[in-house]
Design a protein around this ligand. Structure first.
Ligand code: GLY
Length: 269
């Protein structure tokens, strides 16, 4: 979701939590999911929060053979009506993609679809958009060949791409940064150099949060000055409220348990 501007957020794809969710990958901030029912309740609350902000949400059925299938953000990169289907960076996640690709082809009739190939690797969770500037994380999931394929698409669309090296203690760029509005990047201190995002256009800025609120830096900006935030991150909440935004808090503990953040669970199209 991090690849669309606020005015482009009308519809979102999410995917149900599979019965195998307890086997989801968890190597970063997650300790491994334990309670699937709670995870499903939290995921349903997420769906309702998107809907109450006016987003039309479609929930794809779960793939019980793929414990991480709810994290749809990684499986497609949607930019201005174009779709890049990456080769996901973890082998266990590659076969989550076909039903998502089929859905997008069907729903986005006429969209230009590009498929990544060869040794290029990328998770959609490594991409962040601020207005017309894109940032991509070079991470354990996203390699230089993947970045070059994204750069080709973006240059075709007239957008700039900046590369950020993701420290080894983080999964994705969106694990440590988000754009609650089209002018603001929220990121925690201690993970990235202060100049990581480069010079930003007038009126745009990075707001640095305390490192203990790293997970809270993943937010979803929505139309109508609303922002979805994870519950339990008071500095993030105060910062956004002081900017005149309405925060909608969600308990995401059982999604966090599988290294999942708010943006991981949706694709805006
Ligand atoms: N559990 C999400 C991922 O590792 O991709």
């Amino acid at each position: 979701m991090a690849t669309v501007r606020l005015d482009q957020k009308a519809r979102a794809l999410i995917r149900a939590i599979p019965d195998s969710y307890h086997s989801a990958l968890a190597k970063f901030f997650g300790t491994g999911p334990k309670d699937i029912e709670t995870a499903r309740k939290q995921h349903n609350a997420y769906k309702s929060a998107l809907e109450s902000a006016g987003i039309e949400v479609f929930m794809l059925e779960a793939d019980h053979n793929h414990p991480d299938c709810l994290f749809v953000e990684d499986q497609a990169v949607i930019i201005d009506g174009h779709v890049l289907l990456p080769v996901p960076g973890h082998p266990s996640r590659v076969n989550e993609q076909p039903p998502i690709a089929d859905f997008l082809v069907r729903e986005m009739g006429g969209a230009q679809i590009c498929r990544m190939s060869g040794d290029a690797r990328m998770d959609g969770g490594d991409i962040l958009r601020l207005g017309d500037i894109f940032f991509v994380g070079r991470s354990t999931r996203t390699n230089d060949l993947g970045i070059e394929e994204l750069r080709d698409l973006l240059s075709h669309l007239g957008h700039e791409l900046r590369v950020i090296d993701i420290p080894e203690q983080a999964l994705h760029l969106t694990s440590i940064a988000s754009t609650p509005t089209d002018e603001i990047i929220l990121a925690p201190e201690g993970y990235l150099p202060k100049d990581a995002f480069g010079d930003l256009p007038n009126g745009c800025k990075v707001i640095w949060m305390p490192p203990e609120e790293t997970y809270g830096c993943n937010t979803i900006g929505l139309p109508g000055q609303k922002v979805l935030v994870a519950e339990g991150y008071p500095e993030v909440e105060k910062t956004l409220t002081n900017l005149g935004l309405e925060t909608i808090k969600l308990d995401f503990s059982e999604i966090r348990a599988a290294d999942g953040s708010l943006t991981c669970c949706s694709l805006f199209y």
